[in-house]
Design a protein around this ligand. Structure first.
Ligand code: PEP
Length: 260
């Protein structure tokens, strides 16, 4: 079974403003989120590509109201408890109630800055899947870990924490995002990305099942642009992209259409 190409846009907390000859990031706002969505709605998109965008939590409902049907919205995070006194958190049921069908989990910015560990990310993954929403599960190594040849160990231990809690992988998209490539302009080479994606797929085959290995989308994230997406998309084990900075620009459309 061919895996459907998948492109996610992680808006993070910002948008990019393009000026004459320069661009800079500012906080997202009602106006800028509507502009980006307008750009996506008006573009001719590859109908075979699944597209999911992840605006900041405050704008999830606005995004759902404006984004055209057939394209989905992800939260950038969700909590692992169903309800209660958890100030500042959002539950899976609240996402579902708002027609938000996906969540990102385990983004390195949350693992590093907010110190979320593998167990907590896995527990949130289980909560999301049990509640019926899809998970874009991010994993990836730091530069130091890559330079000491620990890439596969790091990525597979992040995945193992999920395996210990989750049986059904059908709603998981794995996003391999080397930390050194996120927001740095330093994209992994096609060979580096393909090598890790293939290693993740063989880990799935050995540790989960052949079917899960065959069917799970493994997407690449880290400085993906309209320039490098074509080559990356041709790799056997790269099934799409998670896009940060470029998801806020017209380049996002080229990336969605990179598999045409
Ligand atoms: C990300 O935030 O998931 C990401 C990949 O960012 P960027 O594309 O800007 O490197």
């Amino acid at each position: 079974m061919a895996r459907q190409f998948f492109v996610g846009g992680n808006f993070k907390m910002s948008v990019v403003l393009c000026g004459v000859g320069r661009e800079h990031a500012v906080n997202g706002s009602v106006e800028t989120i509507k502009k980006i969505i307008g750009l996506i709605n008006d573009a001719k998109l590859d109908p075979k590509t699944e597209v999911v965008i992840a605006p900041p939590a405050l704008y999830l409902l606005l995004a759902r109201e404006h984004l055209k049907p057939g394209l989905e919205i992800a939260a950038q995070n969700v909590f692992d408890k169903p309800n209660g006194a958890f100030t500042g958190e959002i539950s899976v049921d609240q996402l579902k109630d708002s027609n938000i069908t996906w969540t990102l989990l385990g983004h390195s910015e949350r693992r590093v800055v907010l110190q979320e560990d593998d167990q907590f990310v896995a527990s949130k993954t289980k909560a999301a899947l049990d509640g019926g929403i899809g998970v874009i599960f991010c994993c990836g190594e730091s530069l130091e870990q890559r330079e000491s040849n620990k890439t596969i160990d790091v990525v597979t231990s992040q995945l193992r924490a999920v395996k210990e809690k989750v049986a059904d992988w059908s709603k998981i998209v794995i996003a391999y995002e080397p930390i050194w490539a996120i927001g740095t302009g330093k994209v992994a080479s096609t060979e580096q990305a393909q090598e890790v994606h293939a290693a993740i797929r063989s880990w799935l085959k050995k540790e989960v099942s052949e079917k899960v290995a065959e069917e799970t989308r493994i997407i690449y994230g880290g400085s993906v642009s309209e320039k490098n997406c074509k080559d990356l998309s041709k790799q056997a084990d790269i099934d799409g992209f998670l896009v940060g900075g470029a998801s806020l620009k017209p380049a996002f459309i080229d990336i969605i259409n990179s598999h045409l």
